[in-house]
Ligand binder design. Structure first.
Ligand code: ZN
Length: 103
């Protein structure tokens, strides 16, 4: 899937994240990007019934949200984008605001 505002991230050599990894979005499989790994949350191996607070739990989002210090903001001058939560509602957030969510 391609975010229409995909400008790539500083961590990639391709001009867009889609061209780098064939998707402009991340999926919350392993928890918060700075803390990925066993014990840090994420939806890997969980069923919908195992998600305690689906309205607050990140499921999917614009990849730039994982890079709050990136020079490319995609949807705003500073990194910001759209999130889909486990209950399937969407919200717009800055990358820094994702630190307060459940991963
Ligand atoms: Zn986007």
């Amino acid at each position: 899937m391609t975010c229409p505002n995909d400008m790539g991230r500083g961590t990639e050599v391709a001009p867009t994240t889609f061209e780098a990894v064939v998707n402009s979005y991340f999926f919350n499989c392993g928890g918060f990007p700075d803390d990925v790994g066993s014990g840090f949350g994420g939806l890997d191996a969980k069923t919908a019934a195992n998600v305690a607070k689906p309205a607050s739990t990140v499921m999917f989002g614009c990849a730039v949200l994982t890079e709050p210090r990136d020079s490319k903001g995609w949807h705003r001058p500073k990194p910001a984008g759209y999130l889909l939560f486990a209950d399937t509602h969407g919200e717009f957030k800055t990358a820094w605001q994702t630190y307060d969510l459940i991963w």
